[in-house]
Design a binder for this molecule. Structure first.
Ligand SMILES: *Cc1c(COP(=O)(O)O)cnc(C)c1O
Length: 898
């Protein structure tokens, strides 16, 4: 275990929950030293006091155990102290306290029997959570209320919770930030503002969030603050005022129920359980489980349903044994029996989707069982019509290009900034997007531009400033539709830091802005400053404000639920916030019909329902944890004296050019980085790096990406995400544990140790060839080809500029062999045609893996740059290109050739 890692503040800010286990580890270490006389009691006290400040934000271990520890220190009982610290820290790590009531006792195996229902403790078979009670310091009264709440416990309760009491605003905020067990908050009027404990990091965070004592209604201010940080929490307000007065305040929208404090501890208990039950309920999955238990005879076409053909078989019984009975019992092609229909949901699928929409901060949600590949095609088809123009990242997932082919949409490709050194692309600068809109406007085509279609975050972790992109685009065209492909980023809603940069997070911030009367003034002032006919340069250089009266906010997000949450492969969601939703719903419905299977998999639908439940109840903690793991990996690799000799993880400063980091944010690991820097960067910078996507440079160890990926997989059972010429992409998710991190670091250490040995045995020649290999991987890298342009056959505009093209015509023209010809990539003819023409026009979408972006699309004129890039590619898998036949080209009719 690494205790020598020095954490910069940023770690603690992104993942405050990580503080806790670090402090316990530290206390355990010092307790051991104390018991062998190697540490003084003052050292023990110092660590213990720090920890106490954090522990008061958790229900376990609670006052009783903490006081016992304090007493052991006072009375110099080193062994007892050491033992109890060991037990508590282990219980926290292994989560025993959630299941075993004895863990809450000072003497664990005391003879007395603990009543599992009414004791202050928990039971194994029911999910456990904590309730934050914020109440004034009125001793007896609050204790009486807590006792009353506890005494309401029934054997029949589905869940069990422990209350955790704080008496001020600051502690309340700290509690929900660090304690991911908290699922509900009960606020009693009359609490203080300031914390009585010094918690320096947290205090700075509060002041940076601009949270100050306010003479306004403090309880409502607290409710809105907590809910902005963790919107999934159920918040209850116990007020002495007339509840109606509070309920009429618009800020009370985030409060689940207002109760009259004096009379209702029982009501509060029931409301808390009911609130969690609402999130726990998975309408489709619950019903599927019931369905599986029913004796059903099937006469429809799905022999595998009920599993009789499997379990009665002599030959395929092992399939049944492998997957278990329930998989077959839960299979059906029926949409009756309460199973609902994914294509026309009216029952529990409809309710499951509504719950997902609410959970993800959207107005509407569609479950899609064919992956985000299909979700993207559905959205494009629904919101745009043939001949509409879409502004799209050329480097996006292929489903967008195929979506344009299917829908007859004209893509206007915009380029991401290149990261030539690592053979990958970043994201599309906003200036480029605005320039595209302004050019189309100049050509009189703005009214045909329907969609701006971007990937957030990109494969390598570039996160857009989604709000700024949408606002500035809406300033040029106020009814644009945005499609944000958040295939990898669905989890981000559960991080308060990343949420504002999700499509839905940004959309709801824009909604709030639109409702604010000050926005009109801001818009009008900017108009005045810009003058009557601002030129393009002025518009490009200004952070444009849209006209709030004209904006029609239409935002779509697609996410591969299976890529970042607990859904089965292909589970995908479309999230919608569209003021025109009821106008477009019929088209959306048709588009779903067009692209979806008529035999959706029940398990897949159920898994999306369950993934939503999980995120609403524990997503905050899981996502914090995966960010913590990622920061750990970054830290341990880059700061390890041996590993960092050959490997390194790219920081934000290397992934994002400084012009897109106006805040000056450099990296999570940079010296002196603090909370304010990160908040500023997240709010202002054009791009921000998702910490969970980790680009590990392996070229410096002499491996190309593919080679290194295979080494990790074949020899060490470590699977990584994707590769580039000189890097592999590691990714942490809600599934990772500290052991995974330890294993990775261990393996890297083994690899560098071997490498070091090998190099020291190589003679000068061997070292020279190693260095040459490193040079070739790291420095002799091919230029990344930009999109050239569509051949004039596939557009009706001036030649030479990158304008929108008719990808669909080109795509289908290649269906007839007589329209096609082949030219060898390395042939003389290829060089001749580049030189003298006629231009070579691609018939295919050509996508090398890696890097996985299309270097050619149908109808595109092939440039010299593309040919040299392809010639330097050393990958086996190139979709749309057959090495033995050459490049498939579209023949030009005689009128097309000069
Ligand atoms: C994986 C991916 C998709 C496709 O999603 P599936 O669920 O695999 O169909 C779309 N866009 C991006 C950016 C992706 O990474």
């Amino acid at each position: 275990m690494h205790t020598d890692v020095t954490y910069s503040n940023i770690d603690q800010i992104f993942t405050l929950s990580g503080l806790r286990s670090d402090h316990w580890r530290e206390l355990l270490a010092v307790a051991r030293k104390w018991s062998s006389e190697k540490a003084s009691v003052d050292q023990v006290k110092r660590v213990f006091d720090q920890l106490r400040a954090i522990e008061m934000l958790h229900a376990y271990p609670g006052a009783q155990l903490i006081e016992a520890l304090a007493a052991y220190i006072e009375t110099d009982q080193k062994e007892a102290f050491n033992a109890l610290v060991g037990r508590i820290s282990f219980s926290i790590l292994a989560r025993y306290y959630k299941e075993d009531p004895h863990e809450w006792e000072v003497l664990p195996h005391a003879e007395k029997d603990i009543d599992r229902n009414t004791s202050s403790t928990t039971t194994a078979d029911r999910p456990y959570f904590e309730v934050l009670v914020v109440a004034p310091d009125n001793g007896d009264l609050i204790n009486r209320n807590i006792r009353l709440m506890r005494s309401q416990r029934q054997k029949e309760d589905e869940f069990i919770y422990e209350p955790l009491v704080v008496n001020n605003f600051q502690d309340a905020f700290c509690a929900i930030a660090v304690n991911s067990n908290i699922c509900a908050v009960a606020i009693f009027d009359g609490f203080d503002f300031a914390s009585h404990q010094p918690v320096p990091q947290l205090e700075r965070m509060m002041s940076d969030l601009n949270i100050h004592e306010d003479d306004d209604h403090l309880a409502l201010q607290l409710a809105t603050t907590l809910s902005a940080h963790r919107p999934e929490l159920d918040i209850y307000l116990m007020s002495d005022q007339r509840p109606q007065n509070i309920a009429s305040d618009p800020r009370s929208i985030c409060i689940r129920r207002v109760l009259y404090a004096v009379e209702e501890p029982i009501e509060l208990h029931l409301a808390i359980l009911e609130g969690v039950r609402v999130r726990y309920e998975t309408p489709f999955f619950d019903n599927l489980k019931r369905y599986a238990q029913r004796p059903v005879s099937t006469f429809h076409a799905l022999p595998i349903a009920r599993g009789k053909s499997v379990f009665h078989s002599d030959w395929i019984r092992d399939m049944g044994q492998f997957y278990g009975r329930n998989l077959f019992l839960a299979e059906s092609s029926a949409t009756t029996g309460g199973l609902d229909s994914l294509l026309e949901p009216t029952g529990n699928i409809k309710r499951a989707q509504e719950k997902a929409a609410r959970a993800f901060g959207a107005d509407h949600c569609y479950f899609i069982t064919n992956g985000t590949s299909t979700s993207n095609k559905i959205v494009l088809m629904a919101v745009a019509q043939p001949s509409d123009i879409i502004i799209v990242d050329r480097n996006c997932h292929k489903s967008h290009h195929y979506g344009a082919v299917l829908g007859g949409l004209l893509p206007y490709y915009v380029e991401a900034f290149p990261m030539k050194e690592y053979s990958m692309y970043g994201a599309v600068p906003l200036r480029t997007i605005k320039q595209a809109l302004l050019s189309l406007k100049a050509e009189g085509k703005l009214d045909r531009v329907r969609v701006v279609d971007l990937t957030n975050c990109t494969f390598d972790g570039h996160v857009y400033n989604t709000r700024r992109v949408m606002e500035e685009c809406l300033a040029i065209k106020p009814d644009l539709v945005f499609l944000w492909d958040e295939a990898w980023f669905g989890f981000a809603h559960w991080s308060p830091f990343l949420r504002p940069r999700t499509a839905m997070g940004a959309a709801s911030n824009i909604e709030a802005w639109l409702d604010d009367p000050a926005s009109i003034t801001a818009y009008e002032q900017q108009q005045e400053a810009l003058g009557e006919q601002p030129n393009d340069e002025a518009l490009l250089n200004t952070r444009l404000i849209p006209d709030p009266r004209k904006v029609k906010l239409r935002v779509y997000q697609t996410n591969s639920t299976h890529k970042s949450m607990s859904a089965i492969r292909q589970g995908s969601m479309i999230l919608v916030k569209d003021v025109d939703f009821y106008g477009i719903e019929p088209q959306l419905h048709e588009a779903v019909f067009t692209h979806s299977t008529t035999s959706p998999n029940q398990q897949l639908i159920a898994s999306m329902d369950v993934a939503r439940r999980q995120m609403e109840l524990e997503g905050y903690g899981l996502v914090s944890n995966s960010i913590q793991m990622a920061l750990d990996i970054r830290n341990q690799i880059n700061k390890h004296p041996l590993i960092s000799k050959y490997f390194r993880v790219l920081g934000a400063d290397e992934m994002i050019p400084s012009e897109f980091r106006s805040s000056g944010f450099e990296d999570f690991l940079a010296q002196g980085i603090n909370w304010s820097d990160a908040v500023l960067a997240i709010r202002d910078d054009e791009f921000f790096l998702d910490p969970t996507r980790i680009t590990l440079i392996c070229g410096t160890a002499g491996f190309d990406g593919t080679q290194f990926k295979s080494l990790l997989a074949d020899k060490y059972e470590i699977q990584v995400n994707k590769t580039s010429r000189n890097s592999v992409l590691l990714q942490t998710n809600i599934n990772n544990t500290r052991s995974d991190v330890a294993q990775l670091v261990h393996v890297l250490l083994e690899i560098v140790t071997e490498l070091g040995k090998k190099l020291s045995h190589l003679g000068e020649d061997g070292k020279k060839s190693f260095n040459e290999r490193v040079y070739s991987l790291m420095s002799d890298v091919p230029d990344l080809p930009n999109f050239s342009y569509f051949h004039e056959t596939y557009r009706n505009d001036v030649a030479g500029v990158a304008v929108e093209g008719n990808i669909r015509d080109a795509f289908f023209k290649s269906w007839s062999p007589e329209n096609c010809e082949y030219v060898g990539l390395f042939s003389d003819e290829c060089d001749r045609r580049l030189q003298d023409g006629p231009p070579m026009v691609s018939a295919k979408l050509v996508i090398p893996y890696p890097p996985g972006f299309p270097i050619l699309v149908p109808g595109q004129v092939i440039s010299k740059e593309t040919i040299s890039f392809m010639r330097k590619l050393d990958v086996k898998e190139v979709h749309g290109y057959e090495a033995n036949r050459g490049l498939q080209l579209l023949k030009l009719s005689s009128s097309d050739t000069p």
